[in-house]
Ligand binder design. Structure first.
Ligand code: ADP
Length: 259
């Protein structure tokens, strides 16, 4: 019976686990009399729970792609489905609403408010979302714990922290709204190698234990090898899409890098 009924299933069932689907995305900029094509025919899917690195050299189009994935910019052509919603053609205010609820950003330069406390930095997305103060605390504590920042740092000002700790605060801020997607743009770019491991270990833990969907943009092969899948971008096009069956395991080695 099982054989008979399975024969009726579609040959290629559509995954209902799809987080991101890009179809034939193009981005062009006017330059003088002509146009520069920065992204060309970019199509791929990312399922919920994947940890994907988008890797390419400087100028290959990574930031442009990240801005489109993060709804910070719209493509010139093509379709972008985020959790099944066609977001490419939405007006900016609707894109902003989806962005603030569904996407958490981690940037190379941390982008923290230096004189505000850790707690305040992580609270800000909840403040913007209009969450009442009394319910914020539990969300903030959960995010800081998930990002691995010890509680004795939570009332410090962010400019009193080490680079690795600052990036943990930035990760907590990205997590606090419980986003569908974590987008990290060169998150280890401002850190020494040992501290970068701390950040990569955090992403690997969030992926493995909390089943977070993570897209990490990098120009470094070494960093990309920590992901489960590597998309290679060059001259604005995806050249390779590789399953990384043996990801590099991030290890915290230096006492200076810890936590
Ligand atoms: P990456 O992040 O991989 O370094 P970018 O996405 O920043 O690459 O840029 C890809 C290419 O697009 C570069 O050649 C860059 O000069 C060009 N580019 C980016 N933004 C613009 C723009 N606003 N106008 C014209 N060209 C741009």
């Amino acid at each position: 019976m099982a054989f008979a009924s399975s024969a009726l299933l579609p040959v290629a069932p559509v995954s209902d686990n799809c987080m991101i689907e890009l179809r034939e995305i193009e981005k062009r900029y006017p330059t003088g009399d002509t146009e520069t094509v920065v992204l060309r025919d970019v199509s791929f899917r990312i399922d919920a729970g994947e940890f994907v690195a988008i890797m390419g050299p400087s100028g290959s189009g990574k930031s442009t792609l990240m801005h489109i994935l993060g709804l910070l910019d719209a493509p010139s052509h093509g379709t972008y489905l985020l959790e099944g919603t066609d977001v490419a053609a939405l007006p900016e205010d609707e894109r902003a609403a989806i962005r603030s609820r569904r996407i958490g950003f981690v940037f190379q330069a941390f982008n923290l408010l230096p004189r505000a406390t850790v707690f305040r930095n992580v609270a800000l997305p909840l403040v913007y979302a209009g969450m009442a103060r009394r319910v914020r605390r539990a969300h903030i504590e959960r995010a800081l714990t998930a990002a691995g920042l010890p509680a004795d740092r939570w009332q410090h000002r962010s400019n009193q922290l080490s680079g690795g700790q600052m990036q943990r605060v930035a990760i907590a801020r990205a997590l606090v709204n419980d986003p569908a997607l974590l987008l990290a743009d060169e998150p280890t770019g401002n850190l020494d190698t040992a501290t970068g491991e701390v950040v990569l270990e955090t992403f690997q833990r969030l992926h493995q234990e909390a089943h977070r969907t993570i897209v990490l943009i990098t120009h470094e092969q070494y960093v990309a090898e920590h992901a489960q899948r590597i998309l290679h971008i060059r001259d604005g096009a995806i050249r390779e899409d590789i399953r990384n069956h043996a990801p590099r395991i991030a290890r915290i080695t230096s006492p200076h890098a810890h936590p």
